[in-house]
Design a protein. Structure first.
Lengths: 206, 128
């Protein structure tokens, strides 16, 4: 697997499509255990990302990921803005000057992104946040030596679904304590859309 | 160093009304401190905005430094990012209740205390 600028552009297009299609669903999940703005925030942020990156030319993935990061930071709002913004910024830094990304580089970038999210949100796995999806995926990626798009998608989906039975320890839902059990974590669902889109990109490119 | 300059204060809240209200309370007792506001999103709905925080920091920045107080959720994360990407190094996000902390900080800053002294007082705000 090699990811270049065109793949990342395609990834963002697909992620934006999924987020726009599921905007109401994301919002309804967030209304149950949060402040109800996740769908609106993600839809606005990713639309802005598409606007930004489709109007620019990129010679390497790092610059592209940096623009994605900066747009998410300033346009998403909510806790997802700083968290996703930090994740893409760490990926950008991990892939400095790369014009394409091979599998080990991708795993390294994912690792840096996860560390960034955990440090920013002070969250660990099992606390019903998007860390549950990101960390589970990273564990799966490290078990292999090349990208398995089917397994990647399945792992992301299972990790997302596993947040339903957890009690939130971080994020807005943590204020609800045991009342958060039985609801999916909205950030894990949007992370699933993002990674499911990446899986589609890889699937189509091989 | 300019002896007239005092530690600046930035208030970050999900609501522009919250920060305006806190500033009103502070101004009644401490008229001579710089307090800048970063309440709500760019569209002035509920949320926080890193751009607003950066602007607020610039508004009150001086060589004595700036302290940032925050409320819930994204407020702290955005405040931390603003500090990390700023070119100034004497900015600090303070771990204290936004109203009580900023109030105590404003009183201390108004007396010309250093940023370290102001932080210490604000962190102990609930003891007063």
């Amino acid at each position: 697997m090699k990811l270049d600028v065109a793949h990342i552009l395609d990834w963002m297009e697909k992620a934006n499509d999924k987020i726009q299609q599921n905007k109401t669903y994301l919002t309804s999940l967030d209304q149950a255990i949060g402040d109800g703005d996740h769908g609106i925030n993600m839809a606005r942020g990713f639309q802005e990302v598409i606007g930004k990156i489709s109007a620019s030319d990129y010679s390497n993935v790092s610059d592209l990921l940096k623009d994605i990061s900066m747009t998410l930071l300033s346009k998403v709002g909510g806790a997802s803005g700083p968290l996703y913004g930090t994740a893409f910024l760490k990926m950008s830094m991990a892939l400095k000057d790369s014009d394409s990304v091979d599998y080990p580089q991708f795993v390294h970038a994912m690792e840096e992104a996860l560390q960034g999210i955990k440090q920013r949100g002070k969250a660990e796995k099992g606390e019903k946040t998007l860390v549950d999806v990101w960390e589970t995926l990273l564990e799966q990626l490290k078990e292999q030596d090349d990208f398995d798009s089917v397994r990647f998608e399945e792992t992301a989906k299972l990790a997302m679904e596993s947040t339903k039975e957890l009690e939130a320890k971080k994020g807005r839902a943590a204020y609800l304590r045991e009342r958060s059990i039985g609801h999916l974590d909205p950030g894990s669902v949007s992370s699933y859309y993002i990674f499911s889109s990446l899986s589609d990109v890889v699937k189509e490119s091989v | 160093m300019n002896v007239m300059s005092k530690v600046g204060i930035v208030l970050v809240s999900h609501s522009s009304k919250v920060v305006a209200g806190i500033k009103d309370i502070i101004s009644q007792m401490v008229p001579n401190v710089s307090v800048a506001l970063a309440g709500g999103t760019e569209e002035d709905s509920i949320g926080t905005s890193i751009d607003k925080i950066q602007q607020a920091v610039e508004e009150v920045y001086n060589e004595q430094g700036v302290l940032i107080f925050y409320d819930i959720g994204s407020a702290k994360m955005n405040a931390e990012i603003a500090v990390e990407i700023s070119e100034h190094d004497n900015l600090k996000v303070v771990e204290a209740p936004i109203l009580e902390g900023a109030f105590v900080a404003a009183v201390e800053a108004g007396m010309g205390k250093s940023i370290e002294e102001v932080v210490k007082a604000a962190e102990n705000a609930s003891q007063i």
